[in-house]
Design a protein. Structure first.
Length: 257
């Protein structure tokens, strides 16, 4: 039997039990009880990933009673299955991208490679910088506060790109460390709100949603120089901390294909 076929059989046997072990703290019933189509898709994705990245030795895949226990102990396997639940495997393209942002893409790719960021996130980062500035100014990623603690300290576009991608990666890893899995929407909102938003998700035992971001914005209103009644979203000016619609606004510049 071919390696991929063996792995698919094993993943099928283990899939739901591993999910329950790895995400039970934060998952709710409808997340754990995946639809059959979704489950089959994730089994295929995980199995193909394992086959192409064979960190599990062939001898472990041999037909014996130790196959399941041995793989269940493999941390990389557990992490891969856990992340597969939450990673969106949809292909994306950017839309309405300004020329100034298009000019930045080679530098964005260099920074992503520098910080070991999965190419999957490129379109999201391009959409993020489009939302932040449309590529204008010396700090198109609006990342000065994360870099030096105050607005306007970055005067070089290349530094802004480097630090913007780094900050996205930092928030991505913080998301994983806080809630136990990668979540691009939670990461984007944390880029806007800061890492306290991720702590809020854990404290409230909730996943990202715009309603959750809205509640956090209202709770934090009045801090860090914000003024009650002066929120940037006309739907609710009392939610004045950051942009609780940030994910929606970023998503205007990305499209599934």
């Amino acid at each position: 039997m071919k390696r991929l076929q063996k792995i698919k059989i094993i993943v099928t046997l283990l899939f739901m039990s591993v999910i329950l072990n790895t995400v039970s703290t934060y998952a709710v019933a409808d997340q754990v009880m995946l639809e059959e189509e979704t489950s089959n898709k994730l089994v295929t994705v995980v199995a193909e990933s394992l086959a192409s990245n064979p960190f599990i030795p062939n001898e472990i895949l041999s037909a014996n009673e130790n196959v399941v226990p041995n793989i269940m102990k493999d941390e990389t396997f557990n992490e891969l299955v856990s992340n597969a639940i939450y990673k969106d495997y949809t292909n994306y393209i950017n839309v309405n991208t300004p020329a100034l942002v298009n000019e930045m893409i080679p530098s964005i790719e260099v920074a992503m490679n520098k910080y070991g960021l999965d190419p999957y996130y490129k379109e999201w980062i391009i959409a993020l910088v489009t939302q932040e500035s449309h590529g204008k100014g010396n700090d198109p990623f609006q990342v000065s506060e994360a870099y030096c603690g105050k607005i306007g300290c970055i005067k070089d576009r290349e530094l802004s790109i480097d630090q913007g991608v780094k900050e996205f990666k930092n928030q991505l890893e913080r998301t994983k460390n806080k809630i136990g899995h990668y979540d691009v929407k939670a990461t984007l909102q944390a880029y806007n709100f800061g890492p306290r938003f991720l702590t809020y998700l854990v404290d409230e035992k909730v996943d990202y949603s715009e309603d959750v971001a809205h509640a956090f914005s209202k709770k934090m209103c009045g801090r860090a120089g914000t003024r009650p009644g002066h929120g940037i979203n006309k739907e609710d000016r009392s939610a004045c901390y950051g942009d609780y619609k940030y994910v929606e606004h970023v998503s205007r510049y990305i499209q599934a294909v």
